[in-house]
Design a protein around this ligand. Structure first.
Ligand code: YSA
Length: 338
């Protein structure tokens, strides 16, 4: 009469052997050795019929359970080996030579903005920024451009549709609203620039974009005259373009300055207007609670894209925002230093 097999000991031995099988071939050997036709567990199952009748059901059931458990363990072991192989495949091969991923470059308008900002900082200006979504009152009314003023026509406006009955909002058409906002918070002497993006609902052509960048400048102090305005702007232009640059001041009209002017630069045998400017209107100074007999000032708004066109010899402003990589590549290596 045969002894009943020790199924627990068998299971332990089988599992240890499976864990030691380090590749698919070893696992297959294990399967054949334990679960194959002549395998150890198959032999145990066959031997059940040799047992005394009263023990057969319990040993038979235990051996079958063990067979199922070992089949499951076999499947898991194969899956674990496959996963380990996949991980190995994904591992970094540190012996391969390095590869440089594609690198972006600074956009020419960013480069120009930085260069302009640095130049103004060198000239003693502070730098602040303001909101792109502006209140109508700052963009127009408080700059002496009420709703019925014909000067509103100068700035084709993109209004923000708002369900509220509150104050009307728009995408700022120029950076000048920051003159008012800054004067609300600061006392003279003031010498500040405001770089920012502006938006206009207007036809695009070689020198006009619907989205443009400006640098607002505001200087308020005692005893400032138009000569200071001219000197400051000429100095800025020469720092940027060199002393040979040809400039032209002409009379212009903006309701928030008196007198007003524009500055153009020689370009392609013609003139390209780069900025509007003027002496801050007396009413703007008084609106800020300042004594206009004591304080005077000047302000300007420079078009950054126009400066970039001049600096880089770009004849069509639309090139800056067309996202043509061949164009943008031309600026690789420029860092915005003046
Ligand atoms: C005037 C007097 C001040 O005391 C202060 C600021 C100003 C400027 C005024 N706020 C203004 O926006 N004037 S402007 O409409 O003539 O624009 C100023 C500059 O922005 C232009 O000289 C030009 O260089 C640029 N610009 C204007 N519209 C543009 C544009 N650049 C590209 N596309 C457009 N559509």
């Amino acid at each position: 009469m045969s002894d009943a097999p020790d199924l627990d000991a068998l299971e332990e031995t089988a599992r240890a052997a499976l864990a030691a099988a380090g590749d698919a071939a070893a696992v297959e050997d294990w399967r054949v050795g334990w679960l194959g036709r002549k395998g150890r567990l198959t032999g145990v199952l066959r031997g059940v019929r040799e047992l005394p009748a009263e023990r057969r059901p319990a040993v038979g059931a235990g051996a079958n359970r063990l067979k199922l458990a070992l089949q499951e363990a076999h499947g898991e072991r194969l899956a674990a080996l496959r996963e380990a192989r996949a991980d190995e495949g994904a591992a970094i091969d540190v012996t391969l030579p390095g590869r440089q991923p594609p690198q972006g470059t600074l956009h020419p308008i960013t480069i120009t903005r930085r260069m302009m900002e640095r130049t103004f900082r060198d000239m003693g200006f502070d730098v602040v920024e303001g909101p792109d979504v502006e209140l109508e009152t700052y963009n127009f009314d408080r700059l002496r451009i009420p709703a019925d003023h014909p000067a509103r026509e100068m700035w084709d406006t993109i209004w923000i549709a708002d369900e509220d009955a509150g104050p009307r909002k728009l995408l700022r058409t120029h950076t000048s609203p920051m003159q008012i906002r800054y004067l609300e918070r600061r006392e003279p002497p003031i010498r500040v620039i405001v770089p920012g993006t502006c938006y206009r609902y207007e036809a695009v052509d070689a020198t006009h974009e619907w989205m443009l960048s400006q640098f607002e400048g505001l200087v308020i102090d005692e005893g400032l005259s138009f000569a200071h305005l001219k000197g400051t702007l000429e100095s800025f232009v020469q720092r940027l373009f060199g002393s040979e640059i040809e400039t032209r001041f002409r009379c212009d009209y903006f309701p928030f300055v008196e007198p007003g002017a524009e500055l153009a630069i020689r370009w392609q045998g013609d003139w390209l207007e780069v900025l509007g400017c003027g002496m801050v209107h007396r009413e703007i100074i008084e609106q800020a609670g300042l004594d206009s007999r004591r304080y005077t000032g000047f302000a300007f708004g420079i078009g950054v894209e126009r400066v970039a066109m001049l600096r880089y010899g770009v004849t069509d402003i639309r090139a800056f925002y067309a996202n043509d990589l061949r164009f943008l590549e031309r600026f690789r290596g420029s860092d915005g230093s003046a």
